[in-house]
Ligand binder design. Structure first.
Ligand code: ADP
Length: 376
C-alpha cells in the first residue's frame, strides 16, 4: 500500500487516502549487516501492520529495488560502506521526493539523526535500542508523514493547475471584451455603423461568459464550507432542480420523467444543484427535437444508486472519467456554452455526501450519470 494523494480546496479529482495504522505496509530494508537484516526480519513479521519486507545489502541495490518497486517505507542504515545513509537518502528522494525513510543510526549519533531529518528522513531509530514496537511505531509514523506530505504536494499541484486553466479561461472573454470594444471605438470614430450591432453583441457575449465563469467559480469554492446533514426528500430536491431549469426545459421542449424517489441524508440545496447540473447537461448536450431525461433509483445493499439518463449526443468512453475534472470540456464554447465546472461541482457535492459518481455512455445514443448516496 503506497500512500495516495488527496483532494484540494479547489479540485476534487483525487480522493484523500491516508494510510492508517490498520493498513499493512510494504517495507524495504537497506542494511549492509547480515545480522541486522536477520534482526529486522524477526522483528517485522508480516501481519497487521507489515505486509511485506524486502532486503537490500547496500545503497545501490536498495536504490534499484525502490526504483523498480517503491515501498511504503524504507529502513535505511546510516553506516554503510560506500554511500552512507545520507547519500542514499538523497538519491532515494531523487527517485521519489516523498519517500518514507526511517534512518537507522547508532547510539550517540543524534547529530546524524538531526541531519537525516533535515535531509528529509521521516523518522529515525537508534539501532542499539531497537524493539519490535519501536520499529513498528517509526515505520507507521514515517509512512503516515510521507502520505501527508504527498497529499499536500498533490493539492498544491492541483491548485496550481486549476489556477493556470482558470487564468486561461478568464483571458478568453477578457480578450473578447477589449478586442470588440476597440473595434466598436474604431466604428464610431470612422462613422461606419453597420458592424456596431455585431460588435455590441460580441461584447455582451464575452461579458456573459465572464459572469457565468465567476458565478460558477464562486459556487465551486463555496462547496468547501460546512454542509448540512439532514433528511431530504429527493422528490422535493428534483422539483427544486426542475423549477430552476423551467426556462430551458420549455425552450427545448424537453421531457423529464421522474420515478418516485426515496429520502437521503445531506444538503437539499447541494443535491438540487447536482441534479440541476446533470439534467441541464442532459438537455444541453442533446441535439434531438425533444430531449428526454429519465430519473430513477435502485437499491444496492446499503446504498442507493440514482440514475439521470438522457438521449443526448453521448460521451466517448475515453473521456468518461476526465469530464469530472474542473474545466474539462469536449466541445468549444461556440458549439455548446459552458464553463467546464458543472460536473466538477457534481463530483465535489457527491464526495461531500460520501457517495460516488460516474458516467456510462454511448456516443449518439445518450448518457447515464449515476451517483450513490447512503440509504437513510
Ligand atoms: P460544461 O459547463 O462544459 O457543461 P460540465 O463539467 O458540466 O461542463 O461537463 C463537462 C463536459 O462533459 C462538457 O463540456 C461536455 O463535453 C461533457 N458532458 C457533460 N454532460 C454531458 C451529457 N449529458 N452528454 C454529453 N456530454 C456531456
Amino acid at each position: 500500500m503506497l500512500g495516495d494523494m488527496g483532494s484540494s480546496v479547489f479540485s476534487p479529482s483525487i480522493a484523500p487516502v491516508a494510510p492508517t495504522v490498520t493498513d499493512p505496509v510494504d517495507v524495504l530494508v537497506i542494511d549492509d549487516s547480515e545480522d541486522d537484516r536477520d534482526l529486522y526480519a524477526r522483528l517485522l513479521k508480516p501481519g497487521v501492520q507489515v505486509q511485506t519486507v524486502d532486503f537490500a545489502s547496500d545503497g545501490e541495490e536498495g536504490l534499484a529495488r525502490y526504483h523498480d518497486r517503491p515501498t511504503d517505507c524504507v529502513l535505511l542504515d546510516f553506516n554503510m560502506p560506500g554511500d552512507d545513509g545520507l547519500a542514499v537518502l538523497e538519491r532515494l528522494k531523487a527517485i521519489d521526493p516523498h519517500v518514507a525513510v526511517v534512518m537507522m543510526t547508532g547510539e550517540g549519533n543524534e547529530n546524524i539523526a538531526v541531519a537525516a531529518m533535515k535531509a528529509g528522513a521521516m523518522d529515525y531509530v537508534v539501532k542499539d535500542r531497537i524493539t519490535a514496537s519501536v520499529l513498528l511505531r517509526a515505520i507507521v509514523n514515517a509512512t503516515e508523514k510521507a502520505a501527508l506530505v504527498r497529499k499536500i504536494a498533490a493539492q498544491h499541484e492541483e491548485q496550481v493547475n486549476f489556477i493556470r486553466i482558470l487564468v486561461h479561461d478568464v483571458r478568453a472573454p477578457l480578450r473578447g471584451l477589449t478586442g470588440f470594444s476597440d473595434m466598436l471605438a474604431e466604428d464610431l470614430e470612422a462613422g461606419t455603423y453597420e458592424d456596431v450591432p455585431d460588435h455590441l453583441d460580441m461584447i455582451k457575449l464575452s461579458a456573459t461568459r465572464l459572469n457565468a465563469l465567476v458565478d460558477t467559480l464562486a459556487h465551486y469554492a463555496l462547496l468547501d464550507g460546512k454542509m448540512a446533514h439532514e433528511k431530504v426528500d429527493m422528490n422535493d430536491v428534483v422539483i427544486q432542480a426542475l423549477d430552476n431549469l423551467r426556462l430551458v426545459i420549455d425552450e427545448r421542449h424537453a421531457q423529464v420523467d421522474v420515478a418516485i424517489l426515496p429520502c437521503a441524508t445531506g444538503s437539499g440545496p447541494e443535491l438540487a444543484q447536482l441534479l440541476q447540473n446533470l439534467i441541464g447537461n442532459g438537455i444541453k448536450y442533446n441535439d434531438r427535437v425533444a430531449p428526454t431525461i429519465t430519473i430513477s433509483v435502485k437499491s444496492d445493499g446499503d446504498e442507493q444508486i440514482f440514475v439521470v439518463e438522457d438521449n443526448g449526443i453521448g460521451i466517448p468512453e475515453a473521456k468518461l472519467t476526465a469530464i469530472f475534472r474542473p474545466f474539462e470540456r469536449l466541445w468549444s464554447r461556440d458549439v455548446y456554452e459552458g464553463t467546464g465546472l458543472g460536473l466538477a461541482i457534481c463530483r465535489k457535492i457527491i464526495e461531500r455526501h460520501d457517495g460516488r459518481i460516474w458516467c456510462e455512455s454511448e456516443v449518439g445514443s445518450g448518457s447515464r450519470f449515476c451517483f450513490t448516496l447512503p440509504a437513510v
